[in-house]
Write a protein that binds this ligand. Structure first.
Ligand code: AHR
Length: 617
């Protein structure tokens, strides 16, 4: 392997090259990254008809002592459903512990010892209230924390917001939130929330999962989907303006693309906040008037266009503007750094897409010329009449094909708009639920993107997250449940690329006869934390043979230092190996010193492996 590390022959990799793509799929957000513990907190998930299904809320008691139903008496116009609970048992004697309702969260709430949880709810009753709010085990027998809400007849005649902290005396990963009473009468509930006090940067994101993202040093965050943006039907698509403002007032919506309800606690503002917290550029995928089954004709697309321009004003407008003031009222008077907008998801083949696209493009550029606009069409469709700053590419394929796609952009014309490969993944049998071979094929593909980073500006894998209780798509990079998480091999593979963005790519060539299973790149990058510069040589060995390789580096202006040079390998030796809750570290990177680091070095590449040689300069 020859590496020409001369700065004169280097090519700068775009600063936003490697990022992440978040889609509300697999309960990635609701019941995942968004730390809200109550599922269906506003009782809206059953739809507008009443009485409706209140899933996953359940009743403590039976029809002899409690009647529970929904009605449309909420104080929030945007989410009119409330829960009416009629308790009948005071005179005859309620069961010990009382009757009421409970919410198991998203497949059990993870309640941790000595941690504090902020409970919020809206209550109405024209009778005296004595309500116990408690955190318990899933059978209700272990009490972890409780709080009593009391009031006279007059106290809750109007809808009243009640807020308090619950501090848990023990740990239980499968807990529930109970609202119980022994007092007869009618009481209404709405917008019942339970948030851990300890969230990532205090902004409502589950700390363990957000940290997994931060550790990738993503340069951009593309959100909120995917098919989620479109919906099967427009009525269920992601409407940004209905996800901002006070959380209690948000209608929530049915994510019909992936078949679950979301309360929209994780809304447009929160996505922008997450990007800011991760130090990543937001890339907003807008609904362009299309769902998977419908599309709005160009004659009537204007309202959708205006809505997107309003959304940009929400993100970037100053607090005096109509939408900027909404953002400011949410606690963020400074604009968010929104400079990328993707017009639609992958609708290029739809009848009206191109005509509609131009209207979005013109309107956005007229108000925000510095925004880069991403088209769903490939570069062949882009022209002066159909302009784009970037074009979106989605690649889902087998591991063998993904490996060969490391050359996908080798023959792309070097002028014109650049690609954002915003969704890629190995899928199908060899991908399993996240195999080593899938990660290696994706690594080869990413090395191909690095090598072609003059025509590819950004890349992110998909999907990012899966709640193991609701797998809608396999594989995914990060797997979690209410209390555990692990990275799949492709999550760990991404760590090999986290220093590439903004680095310098150097020419590298491999000469090896009768073995075409190696893909390689070489970059130099500066570590701003320790001030050091590294030459990073990555090699994927996609084959079943270990390989002895001689690495020869020329063109360096400083020596390679042995002490501080590190080799990191991702392998387990068996191509179908996966990580799991039981064995989260089966396929993770292993680092060791390079004792023979130098301009000429002999190295051994394991079979089925990704290796990084980080040479300290
Ligand atoms: O990543 C899963 C889905 O794949 C996305 O929602 C869609 O954009 C693509 O088809």
């Amino acid at each position: 392997l020859s590496v020409d590390a001369s700065p004169h022959n280097a090519q700068v990799i775009p600063g936003n090259m490697f990022g992440i793509f978040f889609e509300e799929i697999n309960h990635a957000g609701a019941g995942g990254l968004w730390a809200e513990l109550v599922s269906n907190r506003g009782f809206e998930a059953g739809g507008a008809n009443t009485p409706s299904n209140i899933d996953p809320w359940l009743i403590i008691g039976d029809e002899s002592n409690i009647i529970v139903a929904t009605d449309r008496s909420s104080c929030f116009a945007g989410n009119p459903i409330a829960l009416r609970m009629e308790v009948l048992c005071e005179a005859s004697g309620c069961p010990s512990g009382g009757v009421g309702i409970y919410n198991p969260g998203y497949w059990g709430m993870n309640i941790e010892r000595t941690k504090v949880y902020r409970a919020t709810m809206y209550i109405r009753s024209s009778e005296a209230v004595e309500l116990t709010v408690s955190l318990t085990s899933s059978d209700g027998l272990q009490n972890l924390a409780s709080h009593t809400i009391t009031g006279d007849k007059e106290d809750f005649v109007e809808w009243t917001k009640v807020e308090f902290d619950l501090e848990s005396n023990d740990r239980n990963t499968n807990s529930r939130l109970q609202l119980t009473t022994t007092k007869s009468g009618i009481i209404w509930f709405d917008q019942v929330s339970l948030m851990p006090e300890d969230t990532y940067m205090g902004h409502g994101f589950r700390k363990d999962l957000a940290s997994m993202l931060a550790n990738l040093k993503p340069r951009f965050l593309k959100f909120p989907g995917g098919n989620y943006v479109m919906g099967n039907y427009l009525v269920n698509s992601f409407r940004w303006s209905e996800t901002v403002g006070p959380w209690e007032e948000r209608p929530g919506h049915f994510n019909d693309a992936w078949a679950y309800w979301t309360d929209d606690g994780l809304g447009f503002f929160e996505f922008l906040q997450l990007a800011e917290d991760l130090g990543a550029c937001p890339v907003w995928v807008v609904n362009d008037g299309a769902s998977l089954n419908e599309e709005v004709p160009s004659a009537t697309i204007a309202a959708f266009v205006k809505d997107v321009v309003n959304g940009i004003e929400f993100a970037r407008g100053d607090p005096q503007t109509a939408w900027g003031s909404v953002r400011a009222a949410m606690g963020h008077p400074e604009p968010f750094q929104l400079y990328y907008v993707s017009v639609g998801n992958q609708e290029c083949s739809k009848y009206y897409y191109k005509d509609n696209y131009v209207k979005f493009y013109s309107a956005i550029k007229a108000s925000y010329p510095d925004i880069k606009i991403i088209s769903s069409c490939d570069r062949s469709a882009i022209s002066p009449v159909n302009p784009a700053d970037l074009y979106d590419v989605h690649v889902y394929t087998s591991s063998g094909d993904m490996f060969s796609k490391s050359r996908m952009f080798d023959n792309t014309a070097r002028s014109g708009p650049k690609a954002i490969v915003s969704e890629y993944a190995v899928t199908g049998n060899d991908a399993g639920r996240g195999t080593l071979i899938a990660a290696l094929a994706e690594a080869a593909f990413l090395i191909g993107l690095e090598r072609n980073s003059d025509v590819v500006e950004m890349a992110s894998c998909a999907p990012l997250f899966v709640n193991d209780n609701d797998r809608r798509w396999n594989p995914d990079a990060i797997v979690f449940n209410s209390w555990q998480h692990y990275g799949c091999p492709n999550y760990w593979m991404l760590h090999f690329f986290k220093d590439s963005s903004g680095g310098a790519l150097h020419p590298s060539t491999i000469q090896l006869s009768n073995y075409d299973q190696l893909v390689t790149s070489a970059i130099t990058w500066n570590n701003s934390q320790d001030g050091n510069t590294y030459l990073k040589i990555k090699v994927v060995n996609f084959g079943s043979k270990a390989v002895n390789l001689n690495i020869s580096v020329t063109g360096l202006e400083t020596d390679i230092r042995t002490f501080g040079s590190i080799k990191t390998v991702l392998t387990s030796g068996w191509l179908r190996d996966e990580n799991s809750f039981q064995q989260p570290d089966k396929v993770v990177p292993a680092a060791s010193p390079i004792t023979n680091a130098g301009e000429q070095m002999g190295v051994l590449l394991d079979l089925y492996s990704l290796t990084s040689f980080d040479l300290l300069l």
